[in-house]
Design a binder for this molecule. Structure first.
Ligand code: MG
Length: 334
């Protein structure tokens, strides 16, 4: 086998079979995938959640993760944000001719580790190769299916006045980590991406209170965009308290230096939850027991005033409107 991806690896012929059988199947093997039929087959009953996402992050390796880990965590998290227990994922790779097969091994290793941590199985997949210059190294698409437990009703349209807003941890880590890696910027404390599967955190939260109304992961567009989406879907207002929003000192410093507003930076291992005021304390306490929720905090509440708007009480005193992200802050961040 050559050390690099050849166009023939996407031919559907012998080299394609080699790629699948030598590079992908050994780390990702499971009885459903091993059948190698045209589709995966599974039984189901009840409500299913189904989601898909494509990953084009640049660079493909960054502190705290890589495109493979991101592809698994992103899809696991999107299923989790509707309260679903993630079960089965598809994995499609679009490879650029000439891409290093040893880098592919590293990425498949990350995919395996992330899938094991989240306890999901990759049950179907595809590989394509395009000519050099017609893609940038590697793009990944993952789709996922999850089972929604009975009685769970989570939607961005469910926020009501008086509800509390809980954020699972520090914001901006992923955006700053990828940007610094891309631009070759070095800080005394390097920022790591927060890329992580949140399904176990969510299932712990739902155990402490099944009455969680909204959940969303603030990925592209950041916290500001997710909160604005909630105000529009639920036709409510949100009041945010700036000094309650967890942020690493290193991210704060990088934002000040580079002129970024952390409210708009991408996160890949954080969630925002909206819950009844009477439940928020116990949900928060439960989150803080989980490694991915230990910095969780209540950052604001839902209001009937100013529907469709997010208002932030700033540290300095005056309030300001926090709009949805307009334009593109950092392209190819996930
Ligand atoms: Mg999402």
């Amino acid at each position: 086998m050559s050390d690099n991806v050849l166009l023939a690896h996407g031919s559907g012929g012998k080299l394609s079979h080699d790629l699948i059988e030598k590079k992908l199947l050994p780390p990702l093997a499971n009885p459903m995938l091993n059948r190698l039929d045209d589709s995966a087959i599974f039984e189901f009953s009840g409500h299913l959640a189904f989601t898909t996402d494509s990953y084009v992050v640049n660079p493909i390796f960054f502190p705290g993760g890589d495109i493979g880990k991101l592809a698994i965590c992103g899809t696991v998290n999107d299923l989790s944000m509707n309260g679903a227990k993630p079960l089965y994922l598809s994995l499609s790779l679009i490879l650029e001719e000439g891409f290093s097969l040893s880098e592919l091994d590293r990425i498949v290793g990350s995919i395996k580790a992330a899938a094991e941590e989240a306890e999901v199985r990759i049950v179907t997949g595809d590989t394509k190769v395009v000519n050099q210059g017609q893609a940038d190294k590697l793009f990944i698409n993952t789709s996922g299916i999850g089972a929604i437990p009975l009685g769970i009703d989570i939607s961005g349209a469910n926020a009501r006045a008086g509800n509390k807003i809980i954020l699972s941890g520090t914001i901006g880590d992923h955006g700053i980590a990828v940007m610094c890696q891309r631009e070759g910027l070095k800080f005394s404390t390097p920022v790591q991406s927060d890329c992580a599967p949140l399904n176990k955190l969510v299932s712990q939260m739902l155990k402490s209170s099944p009455r969680i109304h909204c959940l969303r992961d603030p990925t592209r567009g950041g916290l500001a965009t997710v909160l604005n989406e909630f105000t529009q879907q639920s036709n409510v207002g949100i009041v945010l308290e700036e000094d309650k929003i967890p942020m690493k000192e290193s991210v704060k410093a990088a934002c000040e230096l580079l002129g970024f507003d952390p409210l708009y930076l991408a996160n890949e291992g954080k969630l925002v939850a909206i819950a009844e005021p009477g439940d928020a304390g116990k949900i928060l306490a439960e989150m803080q027991q989980n490694i991915y929720g230990r910095d969780a905090a209540i950052i604001g509440e839902v209001s009937n005033a100013h529907p469709g708007r997010v208002i932030m009480k700033t540290k300095l005193g005056p309030s300001r409107v926090v709009d949805m992200l307009s334009g593109e802050l950092l392209p190819r961040i996930c």
